[in-house]
Design a protein around this ligand. Structure first.
Ligand SMILES: [Zn+2]
Length: 293
């Protein structure tokens, strides 16, 4: 299907021009850092300053190379974040979730970029090849091992998230950690040696005991908790008999169009609570409504 152009996909549409060549060009990087207009995204505790739906930037003064993350340019102005050598891995604070509700998807995308890279530095201080301590490299977009010379790059882990449909209804599931009443599309990590379509079919089989006869891609979004790429799909099933894997899902149920519409509208009497707007599961429900209109 073609995703309607007005459909909201959280964390996408960042205005960043990533100027990748400057990461490898010391003279270019030095010039960007010395630009008096350059700006810093203050990411203390991975919480950005924001106001009126936009990130708030601070004046930037050049940092040592091992603390410099060049995010890119926005409106031609260099944008940086600081790699804190003492930082610990990020958590998901409730106030961040409230903040994300207020950011535009493009601003959230810029935040997602900074957060995922900074969090990766905090989680990957040692060489996976030889165990030596590594240091930031390439303007914060890699780490270099001084002992064996291996370069390490920020990881992105693909996760499939899918609405399974059967005769005008979709299957929604609830994980034990979800907020009260919340149901969403089923999801799982793509494993080594799998295609997206195969991962969708396997996860549906494992979690709900259902057989997909067709899978198609809808849209994707970065998900910086810590570094997933969410790949949203719609799967058509052979039948609607569900056998739950209780280790994965606490409950699952079939819902129809009117029930999905009520959930997305946040109605008090909706049969389930929809995922937040910035999550691609929300986009997926909206895409399914458009497709089956
Ligand atoms: Zn090494």
């Amino acid at each position: 299907m073609n995703l309607p152009s007005d459909l909201y996909v959280g964390f996408t549409g960042s205005a960043l021009d990533r100027v990748e060549p400057a990461r490898h060009d010391v003279a270019a990087l030095t010039a960007l850092a010395a630009n008096p207009a350059a700006l810093l995204l203050d990411m203390s505790d991975y919480l950005p300053a924001a106001a009126d739906g936009a990130l708030v930037w601070q004046p930037f003064t050049p940092l040592p190379p091992e603390e410099t993350l060049l995010l890119g340019l926005i409106d031609g102005v260099p944008r940086f974040a600081r790699i804190d050598p003492e930082a610990v891995a990020a958590k998901r604070w409730p106030e961040l979730m409230a903040l994300l509700d207020s950011l535009s998807p493009g601003e959230a995308g810029t935040y997602a970029t900074a957060r995922s890279v900074l969090d990766w530095h905090a989680r990957h201080r040692f060489c996976a090849n030889c165990g030596a301590k590594t240091a930031p490299h390439h303007a914060g977009w890699a780490r270099l091992c001084p002992d064996c010379g291996t370069e390490h790059y920020p990881r992105t882990d693909p996760v499939v998230i899918m609405l399974a449909q059967f005769e005008g209804r979709v299957l929604v599931g609830r994980q034990p950690g979800f907020a009260a009443g919340r149901y969403s599309a089923l999801a799982g990590f793509v494993e080594a040696g799998e295609s997206i379509e195969e991962a969708v079919a396997r996860e549906l089989r494992e979690e709900a005991g259902v057989v997909a006869t067709a899978v198609r891609y809808v849209a994707s979004q970065p998900w910086p908790f810590p570094s997933q790429l969410m790949v949203a799909c719609i799967a058509t099933l052979a039948d609607d008999t569900v056998t739950l894997d209780m280790a994965e899902l606490e409950d699952a149920k079939w819902v129809d169009r009117s029930q999905v519409e009520a959930a997305l509208a946040g109605h008090q009497d909706a049969v389930f609570g929809a995922p937040p707007r910035y999550a691609i599961a929300n986009t997926l429900f909206r895409a399914w409504l458009v497709e089956t209109r």
